[in-house]
Every structure is written in structure tokens, then in C-alpha cells.
Design a protein around this ligand. Sequence first.
Ligand SMILES: [Zn+2]
Length: 274
Amino acid sequence: MQEERRKKRKKGIIMVDIKLLKQEKDAATFLVKGTTPAYINTLRRLVLQRVPSMTVEEVTFVENGSALYDEAVAHRMGLVPLVTDLDSYFIKSQCKCNGNGCARCELQFTLDKKGPCTVYAEDLKFADPKVKPAYPKMPITKLLEGQNLKLEGKASLGCGKQHMKFAPGTIHYRGYPKIKMNKAGEVAAEQCPVNVFRREGKTVKVADDEACILCNACVEMSPEGAIDVKASEEDFILTVESWGQLQIKEIVLKALEILDEEMEALKESIKSIK
Ligand SMILES: [Zn+2]
């Protein structure tokens, strides 16, 4: 496989193997083999800055009797992750309305609560029932007896490049750990904080290299040259975590779709050079 990959790379074809290592409710870890730091970092930047999500953008207060300022309440609502339907909305700047705001890029909502109570994210009532808070019980503010909170506002689709509140999650990677050790490193290896090494009888072996977080603690504690830990520049462990607006699959697919569009646009603009 390695050889085939090398041959294809010489011809300009990059073969990438992807294997799912771990899947949790809101996070997934993949092993991406046979790529470059530039490619994997491009994917990371696209997820953080270009994959859109729906977020509260504008709030008009009718009544705010809570202990929090209008700005603080609006700010808290802006941080509520909203389940986003990417097929139904456009980013405002790319919408047919030229950013003026219309039903394709904006969504109205209202909130009307009377104290005593806690105002939760689920109290935001959106005109489109498909858009709702990912975590209904996120508290926004508390109201005492006689305090009211009444407001209306707009949510819109945007991306992390405009403001980080639009980012659909977080993504990070590390080079696949390449670990070498000899007998002199065994004492230090057993101090590993994430249990990469395991004692088997009289020897200590590398048991779980994927667990290595490249902290280099074992290298620093061992005699020089006894343990060597390097990060691969071809194979990577990639972790994607969703904040609830989109599924992990949607986040990664959208990032790849944007990358394809950008590369196509680059191709077209190069073609037009005379
Ligand atoms: Zn519009």
C-alpha cells in the first residue's frame, strides 16, 4: 500500500486512507493516512472558518426586567447552538437578496417569559420548527417575581470567518506517533501519563501508540537516545467535535465540498489567464 501510494504521488495522485478510530455522540476520531500537513490543516481551517451554521444575530428588546443588561442577554443567546438545516438557508452575503435579509437567509424568533422562572434556550420560539436549540436546557437568565423578558430577533446562517459563534465545532489533529525505544527507556516509559507502554513479563513494550499525545514526557525522563517519539508527516489522527448545530458527517462533508469548490474556482481563474 505504502509503495503504491508513493508511486501514485509521483504522478500527482494523492491516495488517502481514512479509518474511523472512535465515534462518540458529538465527536469522532479518524486515522487519515497518506496525506500532507498542508491538506489536513486546510481541512481544519475550513471547518473552523468556512462551514456555516445558524446563530442568533439580532435581538430587539421589548422588555427586559432581568438582572442582566440587554447586551449580556443578547450575547448569551448568540452562543446558543441551533440545529441547522444547511439545505434550506444561504449565507446572507451569498443570498439573492444581496445581504439585505430575506426568508432564505434569516429566521425570525420570539421570546416571552414571566418570572419567577429560569429562561432556557428552549424558550426561543423560531418561525421554522426545524431550527431549534441543540441543548434545550441551556440557561439564558433567571427571572424573579414580577420580572419579564420579552424580545424578538433574527437568526442567520454565517461562518466562523465572520464570527466564531458560527463555527460548528472544533477540530484538531496530531501526526501519528512513531515511537522507538530500547531497554534503557523502560523505567521512563512506565511513567507515561496516557499508558502508551505496557509491561509484558520482563520487558516494557509499546502497546497503544494511538493513545500517545506527543507530550514527550518519556523522552525527557529517559537517558538520551533511549526513547524516540516523532510525529508522522504523512499519517494523522484527526478529531472532530460538534457543538450540536451539525452532525460530524455534515461538518466534514461540507468542508470537503467547500474545498472542491475553491479548487474548481482556482482552476477556472488560472484557465482565464492569457
Ligand atoms: Zn437573503
